[in-house]
Design a protein around this ligand. Structure first.
Ligand code: SF4
Ligand code: SF4
Length: 91
């Protein structure tokens, strides 16, 4: 029973860390987008457009086209950098 609980807890922690990583990526790319447009290039459904406003660049997603593949989140250099930096800090 104890072994089962430990395995279950490990799975939950792994899942939480994955969710946390995606959340950090999404938040950092929204606020710190560099406008490189890599996310536009990799999106398989053309759901994402990078727009520039008075606050800088912002990735804008058309939810009716987005299939949730997370390619944009996984490949964004800003999101990747901050997620790694913050997750490494937690180790
Ligand atoms: S890949 Fe990231 S930094 Fe580049 S435009 Fe998209 S959201 Fe911005
Ligand atoms: S999650 Fe996938 S489909 Fe949605 S905007 Fe990002 S790359 Fe495009």
């Amino acid at each position: 029973m104890k072994e089962f609980e430990n395995k279950h807890q490990t799975l939950i922690i792994r899942k939480d860390r994955r969710l946390l990583k995606h959340a950090i990526r999404a938040i950092s790319r929204w606020f710190l987008c560099l406008g490189c447009k890599l996310c536009e290039l990799v999106c398989p459904t053309n759901a994402i457009k990078v727009v520039k406003n008075s606050k800088g660049y912002r990735p804008s997603i058309d939810s009716s086209k987005c299939i949730g593949c997370l390619l944009c989140n996984n490949l964004c250099p800003v999101g990747t950098f901050y997620a790694k930096a913050i997750m490494d800090e937690q180790k």
